[in-house]
Ligand binder design. Structure first.
Ligand SMILES: Nc1nc2c(ncn2[C@@H]2O[C@H](COP(=O)(O)OP(=O)(O)OP(=O)(O)O)[C@@H](O)[C@H]2O)c(=O)[nH]1
Ligand SMILES: [K+]
Ligand SMILES: [Mg+2]
Length: 428
């Protein structure tokens, strides 16, 4: 196993830059640079010298002995003064050491996974944590990274293993004496696991939204001020506005951090029957996106007929309320009237949905859980047919267990690994 190194902090000038070294030769290599190693897990300053004895920097050095480190290997962290030239000199000096090479993107995390320091869902949580931009994304990524989801999967897995063991014990006995009837206990366990899977699957939808953002579509007839409202929300001229009806054609997206929630507002083409071919295409696109969005804000008068109807949680506001005497329930993108109320309402609705969140964040988690749940449904039917079909049931339980194991990376994950680690940057 090579010893690998990389800059663990961002590129460029900084107060401090951390270079991390991990692998079997980490301590030997560090020793040749700093003369003497500080005790493990104790920070100490050391003079760093390259092979020619030239001083590179005075650095804070931290050693972690295997297996109690991020990667599970011997690790040394060098906290350098954050200058581009010091980091460059340090990396090139490490590169000249026997058995040391620059780490590939995600290699530290990959080693942590291989050494059992993290499970696969935690690796995904870590990737999300590094990418987190909003409060909700950070909290969610931390829950996954802390291993809560892995622990839940482990709970399902161990109950299924118990079911499989009970069923298999009955098969072995079948020829001799009358086996004890295990079907009651097994069926109870299976339906409990299946219920929990169903609940968690429902939560993945929300979790996915927290990860990639909620969509809120602004819809209404032409010229009511949809694009003007979008620009007001964005705080910039994201969309073209004009007094000409039918200005907006393509869907314009603006993503923002809405009080901690990731939200993308969509401005859409004004809804009307149009003879203009391009405008009609725009209207169709807008309708599709609006229908798929998490929430719709209608700028329209009550009872106005549109090509799409508001759902029960959608918001309807009277447009251009600055031109009216009675402004209650209205909005004006032009003056900003009602905009903060709208933001609060949107936030309130989405926050409520976000509270139904599950621990699983990825489509592949959902697919694995759905597969397991479907197989368990089958297995329950088979078990109800009696001991004669228990060998089929046992096989089905084993496939359900395998499906769940892919979530935490116990089996069959090589192809997944490359996909997941390709999103990591160098030094992670
Ligand atoms: N008085 C008033 N005028 C507005 C308001 N919002 C927009 N306008 C004006 O109304 C016209 C249409 O505004 P847009 O934002 O382009 O309307 P739109 O709904 O996006 O129009 P389409 O994209 O063509 O469907 C422009 O001249 C805006 O300046 C408002 O709240 N009050
Ligand atoms: K317009
Ligand atoms: Mg517009």
């Amino acid at each position: 196993m090579d010893t690998v190194f990389a800059l663990a902090t961002a590129q460029g000038r900084a107060g401090v830059s951390v270079v991390r070294l991990s692998g079997p030769d980490a301590f030997t290599i560090a020793l040749s640079l700093i003369g003497s190693l500080p005790p493990v897990r104790e920070a100490a300053t050391r003079i760093l010298r390259d092979a020619d004895g030239e001083i590179l920097d005075r650095a804070l050095v931290l050693c972690f002995a295997a297996p109690r480190s991020f990667t599970g290997e011997d690790v040394v962290e060098f906290h350098l003064h954050g200058s581009v030239s010091i980091v460059q000199a340090m990396l090139s000096s490490l590169g000249k050491q026997d058995g040391a090479r620059l780490a590939e993107p995600g290699e530290f995390t990959r080693r942590a996974l291989e050494n059992g320091k993290l499970d696969l869902s935690q690796v995904e949580g870590l990737a999300d944590l590094i990418d987190a931009e909003t409060e909700a994304q950070r909290k969610q990524a931390l829950r996954v990274f802390s291993g809560d989801f892995g622990a839940r999967v482990e709970g399902w897995r161990s109950r299924l293993i118990r079911c499989a063991a009970l069923i298999e014990a009955t098969i072995d006995f079948a020829d001799e004496e009358v086996p004890e009837d295990v079907s009651g206990e097994v069926l109870d366990l299976l339906s409990a696991v299946q219920d929990e899977l169903t609940q968690e699957i429902a939560g993945t939808f929300v979790a996915e939204r927290i990860r990639s953002g909620f969509e809120v579509a602004i819809v209404g007839p032409p010229n009511v001020g949809k694009s003007t409202l979008l620009n007001r929300l964005a705080g910039r001229e994201a969309a073209i506005t004009s007094e000409i009806a039918g200005t907006t054609r393509d869907v314009i997206e603006v993503s923002m951090d809405l009080k901690g929630l990731p939200v993308t507002f969509l401005d859409t083409a004004g809804l009307r029957e149009s003879a203009d071919e391009i405008e009609s295409i725009g209207i169709t696109r807008g309708l599709d996106r609006a229908a798929a969005a998490d929430l719709r804000v209608f700028l329209s008068r009550p009872d106005e007929k549109l090509l799409i109807n508001p759902g029960p949680t959608d918001i309807t506001l009277r447009p251009k309320s600055d031109l009216e005497e009675d402004v209650v329930g209205g909005i004006s993108g032009k003056t900003g009237y009602g905009v903060s109320t709208l933001v609060n309402r949107v936030h309130g609705i989405l926050q409520k949905r976000a509270s139904g969140i599950g621990l699983a964040t990825r489509e592949r988690h959902r697919v694995a859980m759905q597969t397991a749940s479907d197989i368990l449904g089958q297995a329950r039917l088979v078990i109800k047919q009696g001991p004669a079909s228990y060998d089929i049931a046992a096989e089905e339980l084993r496939s359900a267990i395998r499906a769940l194991e892919t979530v935490v990376g116990r089996i069959d994950v090589e192809s997944l690994l490359d996909e997941i680690f390709s999103s990591f940057c160098l030094g992670k």
